[in-house]
Design a protein around this ligand. Structure first.
Ligand code: RB5
Length: 170
């Protein structure tokens, strides 16, 4: 693969369960000369993952950062929270294939990992792949446009999302 790693600043956040991995991932990014904004948390004292997920996702949603990374114990809670925010496409990737495909097909703008699921070495490889893999666009962009329109469809159809006619593109 000839893709080069993006150098955009990245905002990162975690809860207590993933604090140790967040510190490792942050150091990994800094070593790659990528600017990192750390939204916390800053210790293993229990916190609510929603609060830290929202800190990161809201900034990506608002366009202040192009990319974010979120970590909690499994990655599940953080991905659920992050995907509540408009224009956020958070992908839980605890394996390399998911990380690569989340970029190629889903243009994921937030990478989520589970601090209780994977270790430092795999997390580093996942981050590398996620940052180096470009979005393929084309039909995948149309599919993203389709699901990103769901928020507006709710308004257009008077709250009846079930009336939405799916794209017929195979
Ligand atoms: C915290 O115990 C844990 O629930 C959290 O880190 C995360 O895994 C939630 O999805």
């Amino acid at each position: 693969m000839s893709a080069s790693t993006i150098q955009t600043p990245i905002i990162i956040g975690c809860d207590h369960a993933a604090y140790p991995l967040k510190e490792k991932v942050k150091a990994h990014l800094i070593k790659k000369n990528i600017d990192v904004a750390d939204a916390g948390t800053d210790s293993e004292i229990p916190v609510d993952y929603s609060d830290f997920g929202a800190k990161v996702a809201s900034q990506v949603s608002a366009g202040k950062y192009d990319r974010g990374i979120l970590l909690c114990g499994t990655g599940l809670g953080m991905s659920m929270v992050a995907n509540k925010f408009p224009h956020v496409r958070a992908a839980l990737c605890n394996d390399l294939f998911s990380a690569i495909m989340s970029r190629r097909h889903n243009d994921a703008n937030i990478l989520v990992m589970g601090g209780r699921v994977i270790g430092e070495a795999l997390a580093g490889e996942i981050v590398n792949a996620w940052l180096a893999t470009p979005f393929e666009g084309g039909r995948h962009q149309e599919r993203i446009n389709n699901f990103e329109s769901f928020e507006r469809i709710e308004q257009r159809l008077g709250g009846k999302l079930e009336n939405h006619r799916p794209l017929d593109d195979g």
